[in-house]
Design a protein around this ligand. Structure first.
Ligand code: NZQ
Ligand code: ZN
Length: 386
């Protein structure tokens, strides 16, 4: 196992009817900016629960943060923060609203002229404006990590940022919120969380026995609850296990002491930036080809995953490893998620070259756990997804 340091300061308030506890988490003297997305919270009752819990503090609202939070829209919110002397941010939404809020937390205290530089120049946020979250969509893990991904339509870019100052102070996780989530987003959430685990697991063995088993148990739990959540989102047992699995998949714990990959996400973000494909679906497009292309360096972990997660016990390491890739792709299909780029766009020709060109321009010369995935190799993987 590699050496590591681990600190996660986010307080989690988990369970039925926990949104009312918001009242205890926000300082009495705060001036709060309540941030939300396209309005689902106004239809499913979450907005009313939040407003009731906030009745004793000053609140200004900012809605309309789109899926794949858009820089231009967030700059409008930043103006509100400045004009209204906001002191505390509250994200009520999924990964997009939470990530947008993280950007605002950083941008509100940023001293440079152009907050976009935080993303292009990899500026780590050591201290941000304090914020909390009420999670409405289990998927990204953003509710308990310090990362954020922001989109800029003007330049068709989607870039990541983060830093120790961007952990939420608290996150409220009431699994009952999933009742109103459309099936497509539930499937996305399962796929995103599943791939988060794979990115931190599908590398090479390093003797981190407990980390491997944490990762495998999250995968097994997601596989077990996925059909239940899709068939009946009011099934609280399934919903609560789904929600907690998504959080645990990307709160930093399972990546400690082990090598991590994250190339699937790097390539996937480009597909969202270029074509607007849902984040999780881009991962389902890239992952099978990525594992096939990097088969030799990943096959030991692929075979372990085959045995322990999919119960494939017959055959050689290579046989098991191949079967595991097939099982993974079949799992995505079972969720209703297509795994070829051509399923999403007719305009796919040239995509691989464009992504390789962008990675070269950003000097991303070696992605993956061995830092050997060069832009030329990225180009080959993306071509395999057509
Ligand atoms: O905008 P509203 O009206 O709220 O509707 C949303 C949106 O249309 C809807 N929704 C959310 N909760 C709902 C609901 N509809 C009904 N009932 C509810 N309870 O779902 C749609 C999608 O929401 P979004 O927040 O975009 O989804 P998700 O949570 O999957 O977030 C995706 C974003 O997070 C980033 C992705 O790149 C993408 O931009 N990620 C963030 C990560 C992080 N910070 O750690 C890691 C991930 O890998 C990912 O990159
Ligand atoms: Zn993801």
């Amino acid at each position: 196992m590699n050496n590591f340091e681990y600190q996660n300061p986010t307080k989690i308030i988990f369970g039925k009817d926990t949104i009312e506890k918001l009242e205890n988490e926000i300082p009495q003297d705060a001036k709060v900016l309540l941030l939300y997305g396209g309005g689902s919270i106004k239809k499913n009752g979450i907005y009313d629960q939040v407003k009731t819990a906030l009745s004793k503090v000053k609140v200004i609202e900012f809605g309309g943060i789109p899926a794949n939070p858009e820089y231009a829209k967030l700059m409008e919110a930043l103006q509100v923060i400045k004009d209204e002397d906001i002191t505390y941010l509250l994200a009520v939404g999924g990964g997009s609203v939470i990530d947008g809020t993280k950007f605002l937390s950083a941008a509100a205290l940023y001293e440079g002229d152009t907050p976009w530089d935080i993303l292009t120049q990899n500026i780590r946020t050591e201290k941000g404006m304090p914020f909390g979250t009420v999670l409405t969509l289990p998927a990204t893990g953003s509710e308990m990590n310090s990362g954020s991904v922001i989109t800029r339509a003007e330049t068709k870019e989607k870039l990541a940022m983060g830093g120790p100052g961007l952990f939420p102070k608290f996150s409220i996780l009431d699994p009952q919120v999933i009742i109103s989530i459309p099936e497509r987003q539930l499937a996305n959430g399962i796929t995103d969380a599943f791939t988060h685990v794979l990115e931190q697991y599908m590398t090479y063995p390093i003797g981190a026995l407990l980390q491997d088993r944490f990762a495998e148990s999250i995968l097994q739990t997601l596989i077990e609850v996925a059909p239940k959540v899709l068939a009946d989102p009011t099934d609280y047992k399934a919903a609560s296990n789904f929600m907690w699995s998504c959080t645990m998949a990307l709160n930093g714990l399972i990546q400690k002491g082990v090598p991590t990959d994250w190339a699937v996400h790097a390539m996937g973000h480009e597909l969202t930036a270029l074509f607007g494909i849902d984040h999780a679906r881009t991962l389902a497009v890239i992952a099978p080809s990525h594992y096939k292309y990097n088969f030799d360096t990943k096959k030991e972990k692929l075979a372990q995953y085959a045995e322990r997660v999919w119960n494939i016990t017959e055959g050689s390491i290579d046989d098991k490893a191949y079967a595991a890739i097939d099982k993974t792709e079949a799992f995505f299909h079972q969720l209703g998620i297509a795994t070829k780029l051509s399923d999403y766009t007719e305009d796919y020709e040239g995509t691989a070259e464009e992504i390789a060109k962008r990675f070269k321009a950003r000097k991303w010369m070696g992605l993956g756990e061995h830092q050997t995935l060069s832009p030329d190799r990225v180009e080959k993987i993306v071509k395999m997804t057509y």
